[in-house]
Design a protein around this ligand. Structure first.
Ligand code: FE2
Ligand code: FE2
Length: 202
């Protein structure tokens, strides 16, 4: 994304794309995530337009039926793991990324990655994906006990904010005896390991 007029046109198209596919409630969430991701990007030296684009697309496929997630994922050869078979809505990120690529012509790999992994995370993801992951967890309407702490961390360090958010996901699911997605575990391990390595280098 370089040419400002092209950026604006793509952002408008992504906004209309989400608006046409979502209830008022979820579109409201989408816009709040977009504003949050854009501001996190500015704060951390990332491209705000790329962060906003990823956020506008992230939940655009969310309001489809479970069978449709499976059908589209199969048609497009997207990976369907055991958790996704059990809970097809976990595929709304990968399906939205593919829709963005096919229908809006988005080619930016980091933007597509961010959309694809926003629900359960992944190890080794890029900065735009981290910004979206965190923005989705802290947009202004989010309200849960540790959100204030994660909001504070997000102003300082996206990785620390994501680590805290993932620890909460793990604790929350463990309390309820719910399985933790292997990609979330892998992302948390990755963040904790590279955190340790970052400190050792200092
Ligand atoms: Fe989502
Ligand atoms: Fe979301």
């Amino acid at each position: 994304m370089r040419d400002p007029a092209e950026n604006r046109a793509l952002l408008q198209a992504a906004d209309a794309f989400a608006r046409a596919r979502l209830s008022d409630k979820r579109y409201g969430h989408t816009v709040r995530v977009a504003d949050t991701a854009e501001s996190l990007a500015r704060k951390h030296g990332l491209d705000p337009d790329r962060a906003r684009l990823a956020a506008l697309l992230h939940d655009a496929a969310r309001e489809r039926e479970p069978e449709e997630f499976i059908r589209l994922a199969e048609e497009w050869n997207l990976h369907i793991g055991v958790p996704e078979r059990e809970s097809p809505k976990l595929l709304h990120g990968p399906v939205a990324a593919e829709l963005g690529r096919r229908e809006l012509g988005v080619e930016d790999r980091e933007v597509l990655e961010a959309v694809r992994v926003h629900t359960v995370g992944a190890a080794g993801i890029g900065q735009i994906a981290l910004a979206l992951y965190v923005a989705d967890k802290i947009e202004p309407a989010r309200d849960y006990p540790s959100v204030g702490r994660i909001r504070e961390l997000a102003q300082q360090d996206l990785r620390e904010a994501a680590t805290e958010a993932l620890r909460r996901v793990v604790a929350h699911n463990e309390e309820r005896d719910r399985p933790i997605h292997p990609a979330s575990r892998a992302m948390l391990e990755w963040l904790e390991q590279t955190e340790g390595a970052a400190h050792r280098r200092m």
